[in-house]
Design a protein around this ligand. Structure first.
Ligand SMILES: C=C1C[C@]23C[C@@]1(O)CC[C@H]2[C@@]12CC[C@H](O)[C@@](C)(C(=O)O1)[C@H]2[C@@H]3C(=O)O
Ligand SMILES: O=C(O)CCC(=O)C(=O)O
Ligand SMILES: [Fe+2]
Length: 333
């Protein structure tokens, strides 16, 4: 018997597919200049762990410039990009996500934003002819950080916490372990034609840090999981930012905010480019529920751990794992 191979499917053989889902029509949108912003942000973080921010003050030019330069970078010949990979976890990566066998229809550049590390490793990634790219990354990150500090201070205000820098100080710290990621999801028309499904670009997961701030071009793909377990597509908006609550903020709010499960599907016809700033604490920072957020007759749901401990544990996990499980207190502890 002759067994026919399916050469057209070969590059996708390890990458899962998924059916498209409905659009998220009631996505919380917060205007940063609105006097009620703090209340709206807290409500969105409690309900979805997710919101869209408009009138954010980050110049549009920084966003479009970086998108153009990232597109140029991803259009370089493969051997050029491979020179700055494989990721350790920083550097250029293609299809492989993290160290434990996760794959997706994505190529990316992962950078550390801590100046002490950044100047050694990250910026050696930008070779001589990539200086404009490096400056665009720096301008963008500086401006996004400023906006993120403001959002974190509004969150503290909205939660009625006395010291409004309780979260933002961890990102403002020189030793903050934040990182920045540029993702490129190439189109995949062959697969769509063959199966009527989309390739999974980035599989379902929560982000381990305090908060993630995402901006993408105008291509669909991002989906979030609602409390009832249904997945919804987030309509792209290239002029706005999408904020995700991360695991560390779930812990510090003793579960009042939930880190949002999300994933990305590749579009059959259009490239998706996204840029995400992951705001993380310094490695030695102790993460635990804030006493003022543990309600009367409520218990602390998590044991204290350092960010370094959590990160180590995250890097031993698979993308879709529930990473906080190991840090939950069991009854009576
Ligand atoms: C599979 C993995 C990739 C990841 C590290 C991990 O072991 C589990 C968490 C993953 C994640 C998700 C959010 C960010 O994109 C990321 C940089 C992070 O901090 O945690 C990635 C990690 C990665 O791609 O290196
Ligand atoms: O690329 C995207 O739109 C989101 C990717 C993501 O969730 C991540 O890199 O952690
Ligand atoms: Fe993510």
């Amino acid at each position: 018997m002759v067994v026919l191979s399916q050469p057209a499917l070969e590059p996708f053989s390890l990458i899962k597919t998924c059916k498209p889902v409905a659009f998220f029509s009631t996505i919380p949108v917060v205007d940063l200049t609105d006097p009620h912003a703090k209340t709206l942000i807290v409500k969105a973080c409690e309900e979805f762990g997710f919101f869209k921010l408009v009138s954010h003050g980050v110049p549009l030019e920084f966003m479009t410039k970086l998108e153009a330069l990232a597109t140029n970078f991803f259009n370089l010949p493969q051997p050029e990009k491979d020179k700055i990979g494989p990721p350790d976890p920083f550097g250029y990566g293609n299809k492989k996500i993290g160290p434990n066998g996760d794959v997706g229809w994505v190529e990316y550049l992962l950078l550390n934003t801590n100046p002490q590390i950044a100047f050694q490793k990250t910026f050696s990634i930008f070779q001589e002819n990539q200086q404009n790219f490096r400056y665009a990354v720096e301008d963008y990150i500086l401006s996004v950080k400023r906006m993120t500090f403001e959002v974190l201070e509004l969150i503290a205000d909205g939660l009625g916490i006395e010291s409004r820098n309780v979260f933002s100080r961890m990102l403002r710290n020189d030793k903050s372990d934040s990182c920045f990621r540029l993702n490129h999801y190439p189109p995949c028309p062959e697969l769509q034609a063959l199966s009527g499904r989309n390739l999974i670009g980035f599989g379902e997961h929560t982000d381990p840090q305090i908060i993630s701030v995402l901006r993408s071009n105008n291509t669909n793909g991002l989906q979030i999981c609602l409390k009832d377990g249904t997945w919804v597509s987030v309509p792209p908006d290239q002029t706005s930012f999408f904020f995700n609550v991360g695991d560390a903020l779930q812990v510090m709010t003793n579960g009042r905010f939930k880190s949002v499960k999300h994933r990305v599907l590749a579009d059959p016809l259009k490239s998706r480019i996204s840029m995400i700033f992951f705001g993380g604490p310094p490695l030695g920072e102790k993460i635990a529920p804030l006493t003022s957020l543990i309600a009367e007759r409520e218990e602390s749901l998590y044991r204290e751990f350092t960010w370094s401990e959590y990160k180590r544990s995250a890097y031993k996990s698979r993308l879709a794992d529930y990473r906080l499980g190991l840090f939950e207190k069991t009854a009576g502890q």
